[in-house]
Ligand binder design. Sequence first.
Ligand code: C2E
Ligand code: MG
Ligand code: MG
Length: 625
Amino acid sequence: MAISQKTGNDAFSQSGHQTAAGDISALSPTGRIDLASLHRKGIFIIDGHTTETIPVAEMLARSGFTNIHTHNQEKDGEQTVVIKRLQNRQHRTDLILLDITRDRKAGLALCDAISAQRRLRDIPLIIIASKGRWQEDAIYAAFRAGATDIVFTPVQRLELVPRVISALLLKTERELRQHHELELESELAERKVIEARLQYLVSHDELTGLCNRRRLEQALEAAVYRSRNIRQSSALLYIDLDQFKVINDTEGHAVGDRFLMSIANQLRQVVAAKDILARISSDEYAILLEDTCRKEALETAETLRRIIDEFRFTANERKYHIGASIGVALIDPRDEITASEALARAAQACFEAKSQGRNTVHLFSHDDRESHLIRSAVDWVPRIRDAIAHDRLRLYFQPVIDVASGKVHGHEALIRMIDDDGRLILPNNFIPVAERMGLIHDIDLWVINHAIDILHQLPADYDHLTLNINLSMYAFQDPQLPALIRDKLETTGVAAGRITFEITETAATASYVQTRDMIHKLRELGCRFALDDFGSGFSSFNYIKQFPVDYLKIDGSFIRNLVYDAVDQRLVKSMIEVARTLNKQVVAEFVENEEILELLRRYGIHLAQGNHIGLPAPSMRLDLP
Ligand code: C2E
Ligand code: MG
Ligand code: MG
């Protein structure tokens, strides 16, 4: 029996599962009572020996309680000593029993004093009082003084023990709740940190701290939008350093890095805070000048050219003179261009500047030699229409494997178009045009129809394979879609669970509410969802959390250089972490070699797809070589 009666020498054994909110081990996660840890709870008995033949401490010890401390006020000291002992942090008190039979007034005053202490307020306190004429008064007085329960003499063990247990359980339950609240708070805080870290990494160049290409592309989209809708012009400057390769090759990478940082600092001096300055490849920078005109843009480009021309870079006592070729493209409300066209134009103008003898500025013009490279969407529309009408669309299938087992999990259906002359055309050439020119919905419906037919026609041993179908954002605006898919599944008998629809992160967030509702409807049918190109249009967790998708498919741009790129490694690991907290499976695309696959396996990724695993092919496969 571990009953301690000495004041300064408590024998409280610290056991059980301690958390910031207390000891919660007396309740299992399912709510069952753990008797052993309940018996180890700290019970503090004040004057429990006074009236009874068997002291209260002994009664409880007989019932299995092992962590009991007693305090005799006459011997050990009164109110202040009691409180001091209770506040001693080394000894955990889970329940106080206060016998007030000897001196009711002093006992109630002590009860009052204990519950006035902030740190003791949460400990349940049971008063032991004498039975008598004033019994009912005693009840009210006890509760007013802060007691949580009252027991009358003569104390019966069979009455006392259940009271003690329920008081201890009540406290444990409260602590459990506090513990969950704390856990939730820290999980939220952790998520915020990951989110902020991801957001920074996703939009910045690690070496120079400038924006990266992704961020620039986003800003360009916004500039194009402003040009179309509020008729505001912007300009894009594309800067290529003429000397970088020489410095990098002769002085080594460390000096090369220092050089790039110094150039970034030179550029920073000229660029206004509202403009976007980005490093878009090893020695190429771009600047998006917002709300500007042709004259101003050319002046800024000229200033930049001069600053770089006058800058001298010193390494190992050698001085380098650097030149820059700068291409300028205007985003003008008068000629409607897309963000990628603006980037292509600026790059092309930069190429012109270089071929005119470097260290110059060139403004994009349609008359430039290379301009025929920019295909007009107008050419594509009749070709796409023709392909739909004459059944010249095809589905190819790329295998997706379960990384742990190496087995084929399913396939992604990827569309191709057969051109007039029989050539296979990849979707990047026609899907963006189809989206812009209102033809994409027909394509989406064609794909859904054919993909389900193909699943239906597969031999029985393909029954477990799943198929991923890409949908454009326009598909989600068609209210007929769920009924259409349901009918198709019913007539073919294909199980809905075999189909995973892929929607890109950008499309999903563009028309958020509609997309989310449609996902709900299609998931009710039993279909699954994947968020494609995850990370590319980095949206906040809040968005992703609310998209009821089953899979996050990490954008290939994070995967293809994974083995060499430390930033990508950190990002991919964080994304897997995010997926784990959101309870979603993770897929990696663009697995181009065994090293990437091995690294992903180590990160614990679930599914993988890529040219190393299997190229898109006209038919599905059960096994891989
Ligand atoms: P996505 O949905 O992200 O598809 C993955 C793309 O990455 C496919 O290109 C695939 O062939 C390619 N890929 C996979 N692994 C590797 C790899 O290891 N290396 C490289 N370099 N590429 C790899 P694809 O077939 O050209 O499709 C491009 C995009 O076109 C798709 O991106 C998707 O957004 C769109 N798309 C494809 N099929 C359809 C369709 O049926 N409907 C709609 N609406 N869009 C489609
Ligand atoms: Mg896809
Ligand atoms: Mg993708």
